[in-house]
Design a protein around this ligand. Structure first.
Ligand code: SAH
Length: 262
C-alpha cells in the first residue's frame, strides 16, 4: 500500500495522528524535501529507507513505489501541507492505477490554515466574506486565463495566494482593480517553522514590506477584509438562533448540556 500523507506546514507536531502512525509503519519513505520539515522523519521506522523526492522525477518516484510494493513493503509518500493543494499527486495516483498498486490519501494541515492560525484570523467571517479563493499567479506552471487574479478579485472574497511570493508586486497590481488599496493583506513565510516571518499591511504597502523582510518564497499571501475591520457575529452561537443542536434561548434541553456553566 502507498500512503500519500499530508505532512503539515512545518511544525513536526502538525502532522495528523493518523499520518504519524502510518509513517511509523512504512518501510519506505519518500518525502518532498524542498518543503517538508525533515524533523518529521523522526516518526519513521528506524531502518526505513528514506528518499528525498526533490531530486527525483515522476518515473523515479513511481519506480521506488513499485519496487517496494513488489517486495511487500508499504510506502509513506510525504507531501507538504495537504496533498490535495498544489501537491502534484494526481499523476502519481494515476500511474499507480495503471500498475494496479493500491494507495490511500491521509490529509494534512495546509499552509493556508496554518497561516490563518499564525495570524489568529478566521478566513470566513460573516458579513465580510464567506468564500475562500485558493489560487496562485501563473509562473512556469500557467494558470488558465479565466482564473486570472484580476477576474478572481471581483467578488472581493478572502484570497489565499500560493506560490507567488516572488511576484507579489504583480499580485497587488492584478488585485488593484477590485480591492480597495486599503484592503488588509498579510504574508506569512514558513508558517509554523522556527524561522517563520509575518508581515501585515494593506494592498498599498504589502509588497514593499514583504520585500524588506526578504520574503520571496515559501509564503502565503492573504488578502481581504477578513483580516481587519467590522464583521458580524456568527449565528452559530447566537442566543436568538436555533439549530439542530440547540434551541433558541439557552439550553438544547439535553441533560448535562449546561453543566459547569457559571
Ligand atoms: N500542499 C501545500 C502547498 C504546496 S505548494 C499546502 O497545502 O500547504 C507550495 C507553496 O505552498 C509555497 O510556495 C507556499 O506558497 C506555500 N507554503 C508551503 N508551506 C508553507 C508554509 N509553511 N508557510 C507559508 N506558505 C507555505
Amino acid at each position: 500500500m502507498i500512503h500519500f500523507i499530508g505532512a503539515g506546514p512545518g511544525d513536526a507536531e502538525l502532522i495528523t495522528v493518523k499520518g504519524m502512525r502510518l509513517l511509523g509503519a512504512c518501510d519506505v519513505v519518500i518525502y518532498a524535501g524542498s518543503l517538508v520539515n525533515p524533523e518529521i522523519l523522526k516518526y519513521a521506522k528506524k531502518d526505513a529507507k528514506i528518499y528525498d523526492s526533490s531530486c527525483l522525477n515522476l518515473e523515479e518516484i513511481i519506480e521506488i513505489m513499485r519496487k517496494a510494493h513488489n517486495r511487500g513493503q508499504d510506502v509513506a509518500r510525504l507531501h507538504t501541507g495537504d496533498p490535495s493543494i498544489y501537491g502534484a499527486i494526481r499523476e502519481q495516483m494515476e500511474k499507480l492505477n495503471e500498475l494496479g498498486i493500491p494507495y490511500e490519501v491521509c490529509p494534512g494541515v495546509s499552509s493556508l490554515t496554518a497561516a490563518a492560525a499564525v495570524l489568529k484570523k478566521e478566513l470566513t467571517v460573516p458579513g465580510v466574506s464567506q468564500t475562500v479563493i485558493v489560487t496562485r499567479m501563473g509562473g512556469r506552471t500557467p494558470v488558465p486565463d479565466r482564473e486570472s487574479l484580476k477576474s478572481l478579485a471581483e467578488p472581493k472574497a478572502t484570497m489565499a495566494i500560493f506560490l507567488s511570493a516572488d511576484k507579489i508586486k504583480k499580485v497587488v497590481e492584478e488585485l488593484a482593480d477590485s480591492y480597495n488599496p486599503d484592503t488588509p493583506a498579510a504574508v506569512v513565510y514558513k508558517a509554523t517553522w522556527p524561522e517563520q516571518k509575518v508581515v501585515v499591511g494593506t494592498l498599498k504597502d504589502i509588497s514593499k514590506k514583504a520585500k524588506e523582510a526578504g520574503i520571496d518564497k515559501t509564503a502565503i499571501i492573504l488578502v481581504g477584509d477578513f483580516l481587519e475591520g467590522k464583521y458580524e457575529y456568527s449565528r452559530l452561537y447566537h442566543t436568538a438562533f436555533s439549530h439542530g443542536f440547540r434551541a433558541a434561548g439557552n439550553s438544547c434541553g439535553k441533560p448535562g448540556c449546561r453543566e459547569g456553566m457559571p
